[in-house]
Design a protein around this ligand. Structure first.
Ligand code: SF4
Length: 297
């Protein structure tokens, strides 16, 4: 995530659009968690299900939300996919980290719903945002959703950390209008402390997007004592200033609203004593981006 860095996503299975997330393979009584796809299968369905997953016809979805003024322009259907390779200390939706916590949903079902909102998207300049979790953990499914949305004439966005950017094919990117790119830190060692992973794939992905002329919105979560160092922010801002297609930078002040989810999942939350950033700190960091000529929110 993603936009869900600091936005608590709907309770699993989807709040406003419950029927989309109904199990589509096997009945509830027969469901077991199976394998890497994290989908719930019966033995008899297993082979067909994996074929559908590989083809992008079926994905593991955490939840859905119809939103305005977040996750891209206009009113958007944000689809939160399950599964993420990062382990951000501040993650507000740790229940999206594991793909097995998602529900199997057909791409057709998502696209059917999308089609019904077409008039709203057109009126507001909105569209589809595929978020997570990390959407690029399910590249075939994402590619299918993006292609289907474009065939419907709908604006598309993906919300990603970029860590799995190499999984996004050029064909997939041809169907992406906007990438919400979460740059979680600018210094490699800080990035690793925050996420448990390497920074370089994100940097490479952002450069690739800019080369392809794809619009980027940058997101940076400001956490006192973790990401707020002047040098760390400067490294993010210097990098972002090299990306010619960035039209917006969002500095997201850390807050504690997601902490209870960690406990409910039996996971250790390390930021329990971390305060929200002061207005002065937020302004300093936004200023570091503005100094490089960037449009900051
Ligand atoms: S762990 Fe994954 S889902 Fe959570 S904030 Fe990080 S990138 Fe987003």
């Amino acid at each position: 995530m993603s936009s869900t860095d600091l936005r608590t996503v709907p309770a699993q299975v989807g709040a406003p659009i419950v029927e989309l997330a109904s199990p589509l393979v096997g009945g509830a009584a027969a469901r077991t968690h199976a394998g890497t796809a994290g989908l719930s299968l019966t033995e008899a369905d297993r082979s067909e299900t994996f074929t559908m997953v590989r083809a992008g016809d079926l994905g593991s979805v955490h939840s859905w939300e119809l939103v305005t003024a977040v996750d891209g322009p206009g009113t958007r259907l944000t689809t939160f996919l399950a599964g993420c390779p990062l382990r951000c200390l501040y993650c507000h939706n740790p229940d999206t980290m594991e793909m097995r916590r998602g529900d199997p949903v057909l791409a057709e079902e998502v696209l059917g719903r999308l089609s019904r909102y077409r008039a709203i998207f057109k009126a507001t300049g909105g569209g589809l945002t595929v978020s997570g979790g990390e959407p690029l953990m399910q590249p075939a499914f994402v590619r299918r959703l993006l292609r289907g949305a474009k065939e419907l004439g709908i604006h598309t966005a993906i919300d990603t950390s970029g860590f799995l950017g190499a999984s996004a094919s050029d064909e997939m990117l041809d169907d992406v209008d906007l990438v919400l790119l979460d740059v979680k830190s600018g210094l490699p060692e800080t990035y690793r402390r925050v996420t448990g992973r390497d920074l370089q794939p994100t940097l490479d992905f952002g450069a690739r997007l800019a080369e392809r002329g794809i619009e980027i919105w940058i997101r940076f979560v400001l956490v006192p004592g973790l990401t707020d160092e002047v040098a760390n922010v400067a490294a993010v801002a210097d990098y972002v200033a090299t990306l010619s297609t960035v039209t917006r930078v969002e500095v997201l002040p850390f807050h504690q609203m997601g902490r209870d989810k960690w406990a409910s999942l039996g996971m250790t939350y390390e930021l329990g004593d971390t305060p929200a950033p002061t207005p002065e700190l937020v302004e300093r960091v936004r200023g570091q981006f503005r100094e490089r000529g960037l449009q900051v929110y």
